[in-house]
Design a protein around this ligand. Structure first.
Ligand SMILES: NC(=O)c1ccc[n+]([C@@H]2O[C@H](COP(=O)([O-])OP(=O)(O)OC[C@H]3O[C@@H](n4cnc5c(N)ncnc54)[C@H](O)[C@@H]3O)[C@@H](O)[C@H]2O)c1
Length: 270
């Protein structure tokens, strides 16, 4: 059901790779709620061609940008503002990539060159996006920025590897830039900490199937799906959440505050 929550709003969505991507699901929901969109992803992801299907469905242009390139980001905001005929009201940062995970390097043996790249793509990219927007004055007053994160930033999930550190840094950037952008332009910046979700990035984590069913059992409401995450992001982009900023918001069916569940106890007693 649509409520016209984003009628008249204009947003940039980073990170729709295929139809499982949280960004893909969010773009569809934002479109349903009346938003105008610009889609972006790394040039290498665009070459897969999948995103054109989404672009057609939500009637949005696609602009390639590697989030580690300030030039690409500047061009992206220029093109988006040209397309919208004005500033951007909301941004979804839905980007994650770990080179050490990809290369099967254990956390205790990470390659620091890869690690720098991981932190740049997965965390400092939020700073780069915000700084570009700040310098170009590209976000409207009371605009909203959401970045996706995972609870491995607070608690240890060994196979999440260096991405745990990347998420901790990402949440720090959201909080600190959130302060400055709030004071300057009333722009709000939050992270949404999502349940494990079957996507390309998610499935890169070792033992993901065990991980996802453990989280399902440990969450009173069960795991949150990508579509439910999209719904939550819509509320954060809407005018109904104007005073929420600098928060890490758990969207995980209660996992983060649960010590143990009956289902897990029963499993342990088997
Ligand atoms: N899937 C999960 O279990 C889960 C849980 C919590 C949080 N998250 C987070 O949600 C976000 C989206 O991930 P997803 O699960 O939808 O997977 P996904 O693989 O569909 O999305 C990751 C995206 O990052 C993009 N990307 C990688 N390098 C880039 C670069 N240099 N420049 C621009 N874009 C780049 C990829 O092209 C891809 O579109 C990530 O931040 C992820 O960590 C995922």
């Amino acid at each position: 059901m649509a409520y016209n929550l984003l009628k008249g709003k204009k947003g940039i969505i980073f990170g729709a790779l295929d139809e499982k991507s949280i960004a893909w699901r969010t773009a569809l929901r934002c479109h349903e709620e009346g938003a105008q969109l610009v889609l972006t992803n790394a040039p290498v992801a665009l070459r897969m061609g999948e995103i054109n299907k989404l672009a057609e469905a939500v009637n949005a242009p696609v602009v390639g940008a590697d989030v580690t390139s300030m030039d690409d980001l500047k061009k992206l905001f220029e093109e988006a503002m040209k397309h919208f005929g004005g500033k951007v009201d909301f941004i979804l940062h839905s980007i994650g990539m770990s080179l050490n995970v990809r290369k099967n390097k254990h956390y205790t043996e990470i390659d620091y060159g890869f690690n720098q790249k991981t932190l740049d793509i997965s965390a400092m990219s939020l700073h780069r996006v915000l700084r570009t927007a700040w310098e170009m004055d590209a976000i409207s007053d009371w605009g909203s920025v959401v970045a996706l994160t995972y609870i491995a930033a607070q608690r240890v999930f060994p196979d999440y590897n260096e991405m745990a550190d990347a998420k901790a840094l990402l949440e720090g950037v959201a909080r600190n830039f959130g302060y400055h952008y709030g004071v300057k332009k009333k722009v709000r910046i939050n992270t949404v900490s999502q349940s494990p979700t079957k996507t390309t990035a998610g499935s890169g984590v070792k033992g993901f199937d065990g991980f996802i069913s453990y989280a399902e059992k440990m969450s009173p409401l069960g795991n949150a799906s990508a579509d439910q995450c999209a719904d939550y992001c819509v509320t954060l982009f809407s005018d109904l959440t104007k005073m929420v900023t600098m928060q890490n918001l758990f969207h995980d069916g209660g996992f983060s505050f649960t010590g143990v569940t009956q289902a897990v106890i029963e499993q342990m007693e088997k």
